[in-house]
Write a protein that binds this ligand. Structure first.
Ligand SMILES: Cc1cc2nc3c(=O)[nH]c(=O)nc-3n(C[C@H](O)[C@H](O)[C@H](O)COP(=O)(O)OP(=O)(O)OC[C@H]3O[C@@H](n4cnc5c(N)ncnc54)[C@H](O)[C@@H]3O)c2cc1C
Length: 487
C-alpha cells in the first residue's frame, strides 16, 4: 500500500484520528516525516468530532458527540488550533460557569482571583452553600490535599481511595458538597464511587487551584467540523499526510526494526510499512490491537489495566419555543437526576443560531455521565427530561420537533489503584508510542488537553530519536502551593 518508500525519509503510521492522533500527525508532518493516519470512522475528530446529519425538513446540520468546553489553560490544544485559526476567532469566551441545583440554588465560578488560596477564599466567601465556620469542621488533611497536589505523593497516598470517600471525608455541609464538588467530580465521566481520589485531586489542581485562567472557558462558535476538523484535514494533506478514513488497524507486526500495520478498509485488507507507529486509539481499541499483535506483547500488562468507564448520554432537542432569554449558554447541574449539564446551542454556535432564529425555538443539549448500564434509552430520556423541566421550567410544555440521542461507552476509567499500571507515552518498544486522554503524563492534564499534549510528546519522542527538532510542550505548575518538594 505504501508504494516505494524514500530511504531518506521517515515513515510513521498514526492509528486513530482523534485529537491525540491529529496532534502527533501535525508535529511529525511539520518536520517532514511521512505520516499516514488510519481512522476507523468516516470523519476525523474521534470524541471531539462531528458529522453531517439531516433534519426532517431536509436541511443539513453538523452533529457532534456533545458540548465541549475549551478551558483557557489548554495551552497545547490552543497551539494545535492556532494552526487553523491563528487568532482563535472560532473560540468565544463564556463569561460564567454557572452551577444550577434543585429549587433554584446556584453557584458561579466567574471573576474569582487568579491566585491560590485567594480563589478558594473568595469562592467560600461568596458561596451561598458554605460559610467560613463550616471550614472549621472540615477534615484538615483532606482540605490541605486539595492545595498540595504532588504528582508522586498524591498518587501514593490517595490513588486507592475513591473520589466518593474523599469527598464524604471532607466533611463539608451536604449542600456545599453537592453544589461545589458533585458537578466537578462528575465532569470526567467517572462515577465518584469508581473514580480515584488522586485523579480527582489532580483535576482540582489542573482546572481550579493552580489555574490562573479560572474555571471560565471558551466554546467553539461554529460546528467543530466546519471550524476545525475540515480545515485541519486540509492542513495535514497539504503537508503530505495520507488520511485513510473508514480504516481499522487490526494487527501490528515487527519486521526487523520496522513495523507492518495491517488494516481493513471496508472488505479490503491492506498493509502499511513504517519506521514507527503512534497508537492514538481509545482504550478498548488499544487493548484489541495489543491482544491481536504478538509484537506488541511488551505493552500488554499496562494496556490490559485500562478500562472504560460507565456509559454517557448526549440528547440534543430542537424545541418549538425559546428558553428564557437570561438562560446561560451552558450550565452545570446537580441534584436533578442524571442531568449533568444543559447547553443552549443557539447561544453557542452559528448553525444552531440560524435554525433557532428561523424556527423560533431553542436547541437544547442535555448530558448524563456515569450512567448505570442497566438503564434503557427510554429511562434515561425520561430522567433527563424531568431534569430539564426542573432547571428550566419554561420548557415544560415544549414540543420536541427533532431529537438526536447518543449513548456511548468509550471514555476512559480512572479507577482507584489504576495509576501504578497506567501506560505512559513511551513504551518498552522504542518506536511504538502511545497517545490519548488516558495516557499517563509527567504533568497534570485532562481530556482534550491531555489528548493533545500526549500527541505532542509522542511525536517529540520520535523526532528526538531521529535528531529532528521537537515541538514545545507547555504545561502549568506540577505541584500545589502547599506541596512540600522535600522528600
Ligand atoms: C460528551 C462528551 C463531552 C466532552 N466534553 C469535554 C469538554 O468539555 N472539555 C474537554 O476538554 N474534553 C471533553 N470531552 C473529552 C474529549 O472529547 C476527549 O478527551 C478527547 O476528544 C479524546 O481524544 P483522543 O484522541 O484521546 O481520543 P478519541 O477522540 O477517542 O480518538 C481515538 C480515535 O481512534 C479511533 N480508533 C479506535 N480504534 C481504532 C483502530 N483500531 N483503527 C483506527 N482507528 C481507531 C477512534 O475512532 C477515534 O477516532 C468530552 C467527551 C465527551 C464524550
Amino acid at each position: 500500500m505504501n508504494g516505494k518508500q524514500d530511504d531518506s525519509r521517515r515513515y510513521v503510521v498514526v492509528v486513530g484520528g482523534g485529537l491525540a492522533g491529529t496532534a502527533a500527525a501535525t508535529i511529525l508532518a511539520e518536520q517532514g516525516v511521512h505520516v499516514t493516519v488510519l481512522e476507523r470512522e468516516n470523519f476525523l475528530g474521534g470524541r471531539a468530532g462531528a458529522w453531517t446529519d439531516t433534519l426532517q425538513d431536509g436541511s443539513a446540520f453538523e452533529m457532534e458527540r456533545g458540548f465541549h468546553a475549551f478551558f483557557r489553560n489548554y495551552k497545547n490544544l490552543r497551539s494545535l488550533l492556532r494552526r487553523i485559526d491563528p487568532k482563535l476567532r472560532f473560540l468565544t469566551r463564556l463569561h460564567d460557569y454557572p452551577l444550577l441545583g434543585p429549587n433554584g440554588q446556584s453557584e458561579s465560578f466567574a471573576r474569582l482571583p487568579k491566585i491560590p488560596p485567594f480563589n478558594i477564599i473568595e469562592l467560600v466567601r461568596r458561596s451561598p452553600s458554605i460559610h467560613f465556620r463550616d471550614l472549621m469542621k472540615a477534615d484538615l488533611d483532606r482540605t490541605n490535599a486539595m492545595l498540595a497536589f504532588d504528582p508522586e505523593r498524591t498518587y501514593q497516598e490517595r490513588d486507592e481511595e475513591t473520589a466518593k470517600e474523599f469527598l464524604d471525608g471532607l466533611n463539608f455541609p451536604p449542600k456545599a458538597r453537592q453544589m461545589l464538588f458533585d458537578v466537578f467530580a462528575h465532569s470526567f465521566f467517572n462515577p465518584e464511587e469508581r473514580y480515584s481520589a488522586a485523579e480527582l485531586l489532580a483535576m482540582f489542581h489542573f482546572y481550579f487551584t493552580r489555574n490562573p485562567e479560572g474555571l471560565v472557558f471558551d466554546v467553539m462558535n461554529q460546528p467543530f467540523s466546519v471550524a476545525f476538523w475540515k480545515p485541519m484535514e486540509s492542513y495535514l494533506r497539504d503537508r503530505g499526510v495520507d488520511i485513510y478514513l473508514n480504516s481499522v488497524a487490526e494487527v501490528i507486526e515487527a519486521q526487523g526494526n520496522r513495523y507492518a500495520v495491517r488494516f481493513r478498509h471496508g472488505d479490503e485488507s491492506n498493509v502499511l510499512e513504517a519506521d514507527a507507529v503512534v497508537l492514538a486509539v481509545t482504550a478498548p481499541g488499544l487493548k484489541a490491537l495489543v491482544a491481536a499483535s504478538p509484537s506488541l506483547s511488551p505493552l500488554k500488562r499496562s494496556v490490559d489495566s485500562l478500562e472504560t468507564t460507565l456509559p454517557f448520554a448526549v440528547w440534543r432537542l430542537w424545541l418549538d419555543r425559546f428558553c428564557h432569554p437570561h438562560r446561560p449558554p451552558f450550565a452545570g447541574t446537580t441534584g436533578v437526576g442524571l442531568l449533568e449539564n444543559i447547553s443552549l446551542y443557539e447561544k453557542i454556535e452559528s448553525e444552531s443560531k440560524r435554525w433557532s432564529a428561523a424556527n423560533h425555538g431553542s436547541i437544547v443539549e442535555l448530558h448524563a455521565y456515569g450512567i448505570p448500564e442497566s438503564l434503557t434509552e427510554e429511562e434515561i430520556k425520561r430522567d433527563l427530561l424531568a431534569g430539564m423541566h426542573a432547571v428550566y421550567p419554561e420548557t415544560c410544555g415544549a414540543t420536541i420537533r427533532e431529537e438526536r440521542f447518543l449513548r456511548r461507552q468509550d471514555c476512559p476509567a480512572f479507577a482507584p489503584g489504576s495509576h501504578a499500571h497506567r501506560p505512559g507515552v513511551i513504551t518498552p518498544l522504542p518506536t511504538v508510542v502511545l497517545a490519548g486522554d488516558f495516557v499517563k503524563l509527567p504533568f497534570p492534564s485532562a481530556l482534550m488537553e491531555r489528548a493533545t499534549s500526549s500527541g505532542f510528546i509522542a511525536a517529540n519522542a520520535l523526532l528526538a530519536r531521529w535528531k529532528l527538532p521537537e515541538t514545545r510542550v507547555e504545561h502549568g505548575p506540577t505541584h500545589g502551593i502547599f506541596a512540600s518538594r522535600k522528600r
